[in-house]
Design a protein around this ligand. Structure first.
Ligand SMILES: *Cc1c(COP(=O)(O)O)cnc(C)c1O
Length: 387
């Protein structure tokens, strides 16, 4: 097994593909090169007095502070924490900081596109919380506010956590926030999938106007290195969250990754809005075009307000396919989607691509059984040319 050769061949192969995975993106090239810097083997730890316990690395403080500064500016927040090694760890830190064992929390059920990590047996069991479902209408992707009000009165949760992995529509945050303030509930927004769109004000730009904490991943719609980020306007809450990171949920935080994230945040200030608008426009266009070509895409006629569209399971079974076979059929033609029925436009949009008619035509041809691999490769060459 030649590991270096295999990694290089993955590099080459994914540049010959149409990468439409909703959870993924192509990291900015400048940020990518920092991942292999000297920092990748170093430590840094600031104690309460502000002293770094390690030598030879004092200037890292400036990188960390610059990353935090750019994050607060991008998301319009007072405080930012950019060290969590993933969105999941970041969410665990937030939940642990603002709940006590035995508390009840509420989440969007994973069968309606919610994050499985909030299902009882994962983070809630780990943190000794009880997690119950937010009443949610799957067909419209809306929270049922009157039912939520009733459920909240009965279950007395301390936290409501919003956000989904199959995120296609923003919430009526003002109403949820009203229910939360009347009942003394903290509102957390897990924007993992849509952080880049929130930063670019193209999806739920009012997040921090209504929620206590915004938490998420840095590599889905954000084109950064894989990691997590936490934002809030409340100093005390941030203090508690920071207390959950070092020596509780993690120790070293991968310094090269944080430098790479800081650079991504700095660069995003100038392009986030145009990028996010392109992502949202591309998903809607792709959904609409596929639908017009008779592919089953959910939520007609609006399809999506985010970076992804969702394949209709009923249509798949009429075609004698399931989500996995759908994905594998496309993959034989170098079109990469996940095995959960999600199709994402972040990566091609980040590369500046806008021809959704071509993407839709290629997908439909592949699903109809044609071999269009060579055509996909020439489109991928246009998208990734020179990278
Ligand atoms: C992906 C995801 C996570 C986990 O994020 P990682 O960065 O992979 O740890 C958490 N919440 C939601 C809603 C997600 O989609």
């Amino acid at each position: 097994m030649n590991i270096e050769k295999t990694v290089k061949s993955i590099d080459r192969y994914r540049r010959m593909c149409l990468n439409l995975q909703a959870s993924e993106n192509m990291i900015l090239p400048e940020a990518l090169s920092l991942l292999s810097s000297d920092l990748s083997g170093r430590y840094w730890h600031e104690d309460e007095s502000g002293t770094n316990s390690y030598g030879g690395i004092d200037s890292f403080r400036d990188i960390l502070r610059e990353g935090e500064r750019c994050a607060t500016r991008l998301f319009g927040a007072e405080f930012a924490e950019i060290r969590p090694i993933g969105g999941h760890i970041a969410a665990a830190a937030v939940l642990r900081a603002i709940t006590r064992p035995g508390d009840t929390i509420m989440h969007i059920p994973s069968r309606s596109g919610g994050y499985p990590g909030y299902d009882q047996r994962y983070l809630p069991d780990l943190l000794s919380l009880k997690s119950i479902e937010i009443p949610f209408t799957d067909e419209t992707q809306d929270i049922d506010m009157s039912e939520l009000e009733v459920k909240v009165k009965n279950a007395r949760p301390s936290v409501i956590i919003l956000g989904q992995s199959a995120f296609v529509k923003p919430y009526d945050l003002k109403s949820v926030s009203g229910i939360c303030s009347e009942n003394g509930i903290r509102l957390v927004y897990d924007g993992s999938h849509v952080m880049g769109l929130i930063a670019g004000k193209a999806f739920q730009p009012d997040t921090l106007d209504y929620s206590d904490v915004l938490v998420g991943s840095t590599h889905k719609t954000m084109p950064g290195p894989q990691g997590g980020i936490i934002l809030t306007n409340d100093a005390i809450t941030m203090e508690k969250i920071r207390g959950q990171l070092t020596w509780t949920l993690q120790d070293n935080f991968h310094l090269a990754r944080v430098a790479s994230l800081a650079l991504t945040l700095q660069k995003m200030i100038s392009f986030a809005e145009a990028y996010a608008r392109r992502v949202v426009r591309n998903s809607y266009e792709l959904g609409k075009t596929l639908y017009e070509l008779s592919m089953g895409i959910r939520f007609s006629p609006w399809f999506s307000h985010s970076h992804q569209i969702i394949v209709d399971d009923k249509w798949l079974s009429e075609k004698g396919l399931n989500r996995v076979e759908f994905s594998r059929t496309l993959e034989r033609n170098n079109i990469i989607v996940d095995r959960d029925g999600r199709i994402g436009t972040s990566e091609i949009s980040r590369m500046g691509y806008e021809d959704m008619q071509t993407v839709a035509d290629l997908m439909v041809s592949a699903i109809s059984g044609k071999n269009i691999r060579e055509d996909v490769i020439s489109v991928a060459e246009k998208i990734y040319g020179g990278t």
